[in-house]
Design a protein around this ligand. Structure first.
Ligand SMILES: Nc1ncnc2c1ncn2[C@@H]1O[C@H](COP(=O)(O)OP(=O)(O)OP(=O)(O)O)[C@@H](O)[C@H]1O
Ligand SMILES: [Mg+2]
Length: 616
């Protein structure tokens, strides 16, 4: 028995061992009362158990009566329970699966069946987000297509409300158009696209986006996706209605005809879907405004469901940098993949395999790798063993290889970033910073940041002063509106000490003030935390680069704010001098009985001395 708190163990034990003091008087009465209570409870239990016979009278010791009741109740139970258990056991045995019955149920799951069940993984978890995701997928594709074809994008986004739950979304671009044979697969087959296998910066990367939006539309409204696309100004456009067969992940063509199209080349996609239109943060309006900010070379016209029209005119008439496709860098390759690449390779020698499959590997570097791994330079890659692959993998990481080339990623550029910010917010101060490229897991990436301070709202920025910083996260020129707290950009910005840059900041929060910060992450492969492409994973190399870019903007902001404060203080001093000097002159005239001319001279001298003491 453990001692109770504040009571020595010895004392407690003594009481239980039956000291004459404890056995006498009140204590004895308490023990008897407890015994009586126990018997009462047992009687009640027996009654509940259904015993109709009255309990035998207490014959002396408590155990006799209680034991007999106990025995009867238990006996009754025993007679019922085995019967039940047997039935249950038999039923369970009949229902139990066998290896054969389980084998009968095994079948492959189509990727579209999987994503139809798990649509939240693709960003279609609620009607409001679903409308935004559908717009985002179509707009991203349009911008990608225009830039790949080196065409300045002209986008029309039109959302019409059929009812308060059902919307018709149309996105039209002036891109190169899509070949007739490709249309069904692009719009009604998941994991079909041109970007997944190429290491080049682009908005899309997975080959799921637009077909998933079409599938969501089909599941929620039963309507197929409508596409009009023209690839040649001399020919008519193709008009298709397609829908996905989710059990097979294959397209079904509902309509196929030729038609007129208002543009020389381009594509128009129409999806009818269940959605919800609401203004504010994380809305379609916000996404389009941020897209306009990150893409100052695009013209975007947006007709909102409530009838309002937004027009974002082109700010920069030059196309952004056209990224080049690169091969993977050897530092980023994992052992299993390296082994597979070698086994599948058609090259005859290990050195030529390394040179042809990876970037930044010259003959000299390939020889160095072979020597470091003690592997024959003439080894045939297709006959490589796993042990040899392990040696090769180790040797690659031991050899010094140049960083990946960076012409596969392109920054927006500091001037363009500022132009983009000016497109959406009016502020007192703008600055931007672009970092030079870096590498995570062998993938090149770069980070840019732009900041606007003194944002003028409807109330002249008064409300903004106390509000948290507005953080716009952009990945490969695409705004990210959801999962802010799970994103590497948010972490890097929060971990920055903004008090160094004259902004107030509470612990574990964004700084406050009329500030908008835009961070752009560009890479050949953006490490998103999920297929819905909403947040960037926390790679330490990425977080560090973001912090450096943000700190650069912070320093510029700090300089601006300190200078502004100094000027304000000087202005205040000047106004004091101008307000109070005439009174000082009058006072001196009274005290020293000066003449008017003398007062003027004294006041003039005083003013010069005071002005000199002010520092600009
Ligand atoms: N408007 C368009 N003009 C020209 N080609 C297009 C257009 N929309 C889509 N495509 C082509 O269709 C392919 C599939 O598009 P989809 O959005 O499904 O995937 P993705 O853009 O490659 O990747 P993600 O799933 O990340 O968006 C694209 O890779 C692109 O080649
Ligand atoms: Mg896409």
């Amino acid at each position: 028995m453990a001692a109770r708190k504040g009571q020595p163990a010895g004392q407690l034990q003594f009481a239980f061992e039956g000291s004459p003091v404890e056995q006498s008087g009140a204590k004895v009465k308490r023990v008897t009362a407890r015994k009586a209570k126990k018997t009462k409870v047992k009687k009640a239990t027996a009654k509940k158990a259904g015993s109709k016979r009255s309990l035998p009278k207490k014959r002396g010791g408590k155990s006799a009566s209680v034991k007999s009741v106990k025995g009867k109740v238990a006996g009754k139970k025993r007679s019922v329970e085995p019967k039940k258990t047997a039935v249950v056991r038999r039923e369970r045995k009949q229902a139990a699966a066998t290896a054969e019955s389980m084998a009968d149920k095994q079948r492959s799951i189509s990727v579209s069946e999987f994503f139809a069940k798990n649509r939240h993984l693709l960003g279609f978890d609620n009607p409001r987000k679903a409308l935004l995701t559908a717009v985002k997928e179509a707009v991203d594709n349009s911008l990608d297509a225009c830039e790949e074809a080196q065409i300045l994008p002209d986008l029309l986004i039109d959302i019409r409300a059929v009812s308060d739950k059902k919307y018709v979304l149309k996105v039209r671009d002036n891109g190169p158009g899509i070949l007739k044979a490709q249309i069904p697969n692009i719009f009604a087959r998941l994991l079909y696209g041109s970007k997944f296998h190429s290491l080049k910066m682009s908005r899309g990367q997975q080959g799921i986006g637009i077909s998933a939006a079409g599938m969501y539309g089909l599941l929620t409204t039963g309507e197929p996706v409508q596409i009009v696309s023209r690839t040649n100004p001399q020919r008519k456009a193709h008009h298709y209605h397609v829908q996905i067969d989710t059990t097979k992940n294959r397209p079904q063509v509902v309509l196929d005809e030729e038609c007129e199209f208002e543009l020389a080349t381009g594509t128009s996609v129409t999806i009818t879907l269940e959605g919800r239109y609401l203004r504010g943060r994380q809305s379609v309006d916000e996404y389009i405004s941020q897209t306009a900010m990150a893409n100052p070379h695009a013209t975007i016209v947006y007709n909102a469901p409530d009838g309002e029209r937004f027009e974002y005119g082109r700010q920069v008439s030059e196309l952004p940098f056209a990224p080049r496709e690169i091969k993977p860098h050897p530092y980023g390759v994992e052992l299993g993949l390296l082994y597979k690449m070698a086994r599948d390779s058609g090259t005859k020698q290990l050195t030529s395999f390394l040179q042809s499959e990876f970037s930044r590997v010259s003959l000299r570097v390939a020889n160095q790798i072979c020597d470091a791994g003690k592997l024959r330079r003439t080894l045939r890659p297709s006959r490589m063993t796993l042990k040899q692959a392990e040696a090769l993998h180790e040797a690659i990481n031991k050899t010094k290889i140049m960083s990946p080339s960076t012409d596969c990623i392109g920054p927006i550029g500091p001037d363009e970033l500022e132009a983009g910010l000016k497109r959406v917010v009016e502020a007192d101060f703008y600055c931007a910073s672009t970092r030079s490229p870096s590498v995570y897991r062998g993938n090149p990436f770069l980070v840019e940041a732009a900041l606007a301070y003194g944002i003028k709202g409807n109330d002249n920025g008064e409300a903004e002063k106390e509000a948290l910083m507005r953080l716009n996260r952009i990945a490969n020129r695409v705004p990210l509106l959801y999962q802010q707290s799970g994103c590497a950009i948010y972490k890097a910005v929060m971990d920055t000490n903004w008090r160094n840059y004259a902004l107030s900041q509470s612990r574990g929060a964004l700084p406050t003030g009329p500030v908008m910060l835009m961070v752009h992450f560009a890479s050949v492969w953006v490490p998103f935390t999920s297929e819905s492409k909403e947040a960037i994973a926390h790679y330490p190399e990425i977080i560090r680069e973001i912090q450096l870019a943000v700190q650069d903007c912070g320093r510029k902001l700090g300089m601006y704010l300190r200078k502004r404060k100094r000027i304000q203080q000087e202005m205040a001093k000047r106004s004091y001098i101008e307000t109070y000097l005439p009174y000082i002159g009058e006072a001196l005239q009274d005290i020293l009985s000066l003449k008017a001319r003398q007062v003027e001279t004294v006041v003039g001298k005083l003013k010069t001395v005071l002005e000199k003491s002010r520092k600009f």
